[in-house]
Design a protein around this ligand. Sequence first.
Ligand code: LRH
Ligand code: MN
Length: 388
Amino acid sequence: MADHATVKTALKAQVIETPSWGYGNSGTRFKVFAQQGVPRDPFEKLDDAAQVHAATGVAPFVSLHIPWDKVEDYAALAAHAEERGLTLGAINSNTFQDDDYKLGSVAHPDPKVRRKAVDHLLECVDIMDATGSRDLKLWFADGTNYPGQDDIVARQDRLFEALSEVYARLGEDQRMILEYKFFEPAFYTTDVPDWGTSYAHCLKLGDRARVVVDTGHHAPGTNIEFIVAFLLRERKLGAFDFNSRFYADDDLMVGSADPFQLFRILHEVAKNGGFAPEAQVAFMLDQCHNIEAKIPAVIRSVMNVQEATAKALLVDTDALRCAQQAGDVLGANAVLMDAYNTDVRPLLREVREEMGLHPDPLAAYRASGWQERIVAERVGGLQAGWGA
Ligand code: LRH
Ligand code: MN
């Protein structure tokens, strides 16, 4: 088993990025259930994200979504974050909520609509200049609903043309990370449906274009850890959007539906140097807390990533390699299962205490009184959601 001291050091250095929209109201097409105390603006979203970092010690980054997090002064927003021990992370574009984008955005048949979409992406890069963010995170809802609706190859040409213009605009320390999703809201073709399509475009764009693996965006039965291992080998894994699902893009708390899958994914990350700073992999959450209390849900999610990470780091890689070399199928599998079946909660409590934190982040949050405070103070105003 890997030595605990090394594992502890790695766990203390873990960096998880939480999504601003995870603190706002969200739901399904059937209903968005508003919750008391929800933020009314990006500043209050950061105040809540700061509670997650205060309780866990490993969530200093917050990703923004434009225009949901549009403000007059992004430098002031960055300063607000810094005062709370936070850093503004990836800037997420949004070309999926405007009426003009019914038939697509960057892949739309109409060049005027494509221009509008590219201008939004370029505006997001301007925002990155103001916030100091490294990553422009691109997810396109673009696709078609019926065979014949549009030309698959022509849409790829339009997509690549748009990506190329934006890539050329990036500063030398900035990256473009391209997310894929196999369906929804389009139900016949999606223009970036899988890792291969994203990877192919990123290869042609250049070194500062990488792939985003959203763990909820694969066809059932997809071996996500294979994709992760392959992209790490190619140094083309840019980021994770962690969440979990039982059926489709459920955006549930990471590790809640399939903790063994999360462990297998993080095992490949650990084994292939993905936790090393120089690998430049961003570990982000992309979730919606439709019925559960939002800040505790994010804290629980961070803890789930910590637990899966600890188990992955405890894999006895020497024993594993020996068993694999020897063709010892059961032996090799047993090495992995030993790590997975290890209760790492005591180790994580020690890590938190050594970081000067309460061993139980959820208990720490409850004791903070923050939940009662925001319910009492955040009365009136427009609660944040996917609308504004
Ligand atoms: C699309 C997605 C994407 C975000 C959105 C909030 O399903 O995963 O990452 O823009 O969720
Ligand atoms: Mn996502």
